[in-house]
Write a protein of this length. Sequence first.
Length: 132
Amino acid sequence: RKLSSLARQISQAFPRRPETLFWSSALSVLFHLSQIFLYFTILQELRIEAPLGYLLCIVPIINTAAALPLSIQGIGVREGLLMVFLAPFGVSHEQAVACGAVWILVITIVSGSGAFAFSPKLFRQIMNNEIA
């Protein structure tokens, strides 16, 4: 009885309107596709030929595993999976690690720039050396 009450309480947090569900799902798909195309671009720049259709299958697995609390920001987990999944295309361990390193660098820069965009006061404090 207590568990069903808790489940009902939690379900109240989710949207019920179909259009809200549709737009949030569409935004999620768009976000994930942008991540897959970013991987595709990184691989192309590293001269790694992996088909886009293949990346559509493996990137969600890599991202899910990297999100697990096994390491800091998925470092090591991501590279290990890239080694395994890209091995059929002749990708060396070094290339897989380079792909993971570029990925984490890009994500860190994008996240950092987003933090400054949404925190103008913090940005001003940093620029004026007001943070001790």
